[in-house]
Write a protein that binds this ligand. Structure first.
Ligand SMILES: NC(=O)C1=CN([C@@H]2O[C@H](COP(=O)(O)OP(=O)(O)OC[C@H]3O[C@@H](n4cnc5c(N)ncnc54)[C@H](OP(=O)(O)O)[C@@H]3O)[C@@H](O)[C@H]2O)C=CC1
Ligand SMILES: CC(=O)N[C@@H](CCC(=O)OP(=O)(O)O)C(=O)O
Length: 346
């Protein structure tokens, strides 16, 4: 059995990792570490985790995380690097924070207020590049940076078009709506029930959201040239889910059939990323609780733009599902082991 620990297990991302691990046939759940909730019963924070009713959160130290094959880090940004440095090299460390996602130190410094910590292999197995999906970088890896939730949705939506050379690199617009769990569970006055119920609002507007450089990094890798994007996130009155609507200027002569061929080639063999049949459009409800990504494409010939919509559950494929998928790849297990490919509906 693989012994796995989770730091930040009392948070939304950590709780979702634990939920998935309870259904993983080859994982034994070890330390569940927390901050302020250390010492409390696991089910006092995550009442859905019934099989762990006799477990308590422990403190987060290198000692409590010792003795595991895998350690998941689901801590606030900037807190993973210090802890990671104190854990052994041979442990598989999977970081759900942003600390090790970016390759460009200048981009990090522009968008984050902590010191640049370095770059780990990026945990998006299906991400298209000119040489095919990048999952081979994760096979046998001992350090993996799990993508942000918006970058998961937007990058999987657009990367096949860039890898196939169907769109221009300098005219990409992404507007994405996220459920409130994307913001974590610490108290934020603008996220009280009264503020978000029955209301939608953009935030991080004007190219300042920290996921902008992460999306650009992913799409530039697919395109083989620098890609710039205009990204606007929106808060939606729902607990989970992201719907990203992405558009890009399409190259002359590219039609819908060529677009669908490119997306089919990228995702036909993928278990979790699905190009929907023509006429169906992604919805957050259809991917809820699953590791799936739904994608649909259209060509708006009137303005010469490719339109791609994608839906993910921000806590599953957007974080914890990707983390477990990466663990499977790192350890040589079948990639989908323990991961739900069927959502809950309605
Ligand atoms: N929510 C999402 O959809 C996504 C989240 N992520 C990333 O995952 C990480 C966790 O996010 P999320 O779960 O949403 O955040 P939460 O605020 O819900 O959880 C944060 C976790 O970190 C713990 N923690 C905070 N400070 C400390 C500390 N000093 N020492 C030990 N533990 C500490 C908290 O413990 P306690 O509550 O006990 O104090 C809690 O378990 C972040 O880096 C986030 O960016 C990535 C993609 C999507
Ligand atoms: C709704 C909401 O607030 N979402 C978060 C993104 C969550 C995410 O993907 O996480 P990382 O912080 O790990 O990059 C935000 O916009 O900051």
């Amino acid at each position: 059995m693989i012994r796995a620990a989770v730091a930040g297990a009392s948070g939304y991302a950590g709780g979702e990792i634990v939920r998935l691990l309870t259904n993983h046939p080859q994982v034994e759940i070890g330390t569940l570490a927390a901050g302020s909730q250390a010492g409390k019963p696991v089910t006092s924070v995550h009442p859905n985790l019934t099989p762990l009713a006799d477990r308590q959160f422990t403190e987060t130290t290198p000692e409590t995380l010792d003795g595991h094959h895998v350690v998941f880090l689901a801590l606030p940004h900037g807190q993973s690097a210090a802890l990671a440095r104190q854990l052994p090299d041979d442990v598989v460390l999977i970081d759900c924070g942003a600390d090790f996602r970016l390759g460009d130190e200048a981009a990090w410094t522009t968008f984050y207020d902590t010191e640049f910590a370095g770059t780990w292999p990026y945990g998006m197995p299906e991400l298209a590049t000119a040489d095919g999906p990048q999952r081979h970088q994760l096979e046998g890896a001992r350090r993996i940076a799990v993508p942000g939730c918006y970058p998961t949705s937007a990058s999987l939506a657009l990367a096949p078009a860039f890898a196939a050379g169907l769109v221009d690199a300098d005219d990409v617009v992404i507007v994405a709506a996220s459920g409130t769990s994307g913001a974590g569970k610490s108290l934020k006055p603008h996220l009280l029930g009264a503020e978000v119920m029955g209301s939608m609002s953009p935030y991080g507007v004007g190219g300042v959201h920290r996921h902008t450089p992460e999306i650009e990094q992913n799409l530039s890798g697919a395109a083989g040239e620098p890609v710039t994007v205009s990204f606007t996130p929106t808060l939606a009155p729902m607990p989970r889910g992201i719907l990203a609507t992405c558009t890009a200027r399409i190259k002359p002569g590219v039609d819908l059939a060529a677009v669908r061929r490119a997306y089919d080639a990228a995702y036909a063999e993928e278990k979790f990323v699905h190009l929907l049949p023509e006429g169906m459009w992604p919805s957050t409800g259809a991917v809820l609780g699953s590791n799936n990504v739904q994608i649909q494409v259209a060509v708006d010939a009137h303005v010469g733009r490719l339109v791609v919509a994608s839906a993910v559950d921000n806590l599953t494929k957007g974080t914890a599902g990707a983390a477990v998928q990466c663990m499977n790849l790192a350890l040589g297990l079948p990639e989908s082991t323990g991961l739900p490919s069927v959502g809950v509906a309605p």
